[in-house]
Design a protein around this ligand. Structure first.
Ligand code: PMV
Length: 348
């Protein structure tokens, strides 16, 4: 089902809107696609609070589709072209996009290269602006449909972006859950003790990553372990949902780390092998394992596609855990970013 096929009759009109949308961190990873932006396995993520993108879009009637984009006030023609290409893919169903010029002003609260997905926050913020345009000219006033459509449009821009449209915890991908879909994400409720997880990001290296996620997803097509990985992710997804719902932080943490390490193991064992780990990524993991053995405190890590660790722990343990982070882990990092579970996007 397409959530935009009924909108072909809309017209190109002037409109302006601004949305803030957060990034998210996957607890169960999406890595590998089947078809156009359809995930090979379901994923589950936590939406962040402090790390977000704020995007203002001015839509103006024009002779042809056009995009101007300014990131932190600076013209970015490369990003503008990516957005234009994305919008072009939508014009079969939304032909009126061919008659709009978009002026996009966007800024992030977090630095590029910090291991926090700016594509998730940036592209969901853009999709929310587009959905807002659609809603304002389509006489629809259904909030559930609004966010479902925003998630659908975000996914077509960048898979993981579709999970940023909701606060708290979100799943995306076909699974044995009511509402689960490959086409858009769905929020899920979790045990109250896990509702307030912290995410302290240990930025080990802030250089641009050497392999893009687009390239990485493609490498899974030829990967000897692809089917085993998708089966593992499906199994871990079920385990993660159950552990999040029952409040079993130890189980959440075990799956969290296995997912991160399996993702990086895919990199190491792919046809063109690569690694995104740095020596300090490994050093930090070992210190965390030692700390957990010694203190029994629930501090766990995950990685995105990069060298930086997301340290995940329940809010109630933050004093002791933050002391450990600042004494033992921070010296391994170029920067530490303090974040936590957030409430989702807002219209400004
Ligand atoms: O949304 P993409 O295409 O940038 O892929 C994201 C992949 C990971 O961040 C590594 C995992 C995930 O589920 O977010």
């Amino acid at each position: 089902m397409s959530l935009i096929s009924s909108l072909s009759h809309l017209e190109a009109k002037a409109y302006s809107t601004t949305w803030r949308s957060p990034s998210n961190i996957a607890f169960v990873k999406y890595w590998g696609k089947k078809g156009h932006q359809i995930p090979a396995n379901p994923s589950l993520s936590m939406t962040l609070k402090e790390c977000f993108t704020e995007t203002k879009v001015d839509f103006k009637p024009a002779d042809a589709l056009g995009v101007d984009l300014f990131l932190e006030g600076k013209r970015e023609d490369r990003f503008a072209l990516k957005i234009k290409n994305y919008l072009e893919t939508l014009t079969t169903e939304l032909p009126w996009l061919n008659k709009l010029a978009l002026n996009i002003e966007t800024k992030n609260t977090f630095p590029h290269g910090a291991g926090i997905a700016s594509s998730a926050s940036g592209l969901s913020a853009l999709a929310l602006c587009l959905t807002d345009y659609i809603q304002s000219f389509s006489n629809e006033n259904d909030q559930d449909l609004f966010f479902k459509r925003a998630s659908f449009l975000s996914r077509l821009a960048s898979g993981s972006a579709c999970r940023s449209v909701y606060g708290g915890f979100t799943t995306w991908g076909e699974a044995d859950l009511a509402e689960a879909s490959d086409k858009y994400a769905t929020p899920i409720s979790v045990h109250p003790e896990l509702a307030h997880l912290k995410d302290t990001v240990l930025v080990i290296n802030d250089a641009e990553k050497s392999v893009s996620s687009r390239d990485g997803h493609t490498r899974m097509k030829e990967h000897a372990f692809a089917e085993a990985r998708f089966a593992q992710a499906k199994h871990n997804f079920k385990g993660m949902v159950n552990a999040m719902k029952s409040g079993d932080m130890e189980e959440v943490g075990m799956i969290l780390e296995q997912e991160a390490l399996s993702l990086h193991a895919m990199f190491l064992t792919s046809p063109n092998a690569f690694t995104l780990f740095k020596p300090n990524s490994i050093a930090a993991m070992e210190l965390i394992w030692d700390f957990r053995r010694e203190t029994k405190l629930p501090l766990y890590f995950t990685f995105d596609a990069g060298p930086n660790l997301h340290l995940i722990y329940p809010d109630v343990f933050k004093n002791k855990i933050k002391t450990f982070i600042s004494h033992e882990l921070a010296p391994l990092a170029v920067k530490v970013i303090d974040d936590e579970r957030g409430e989702g996007p807002v219209k400004c």
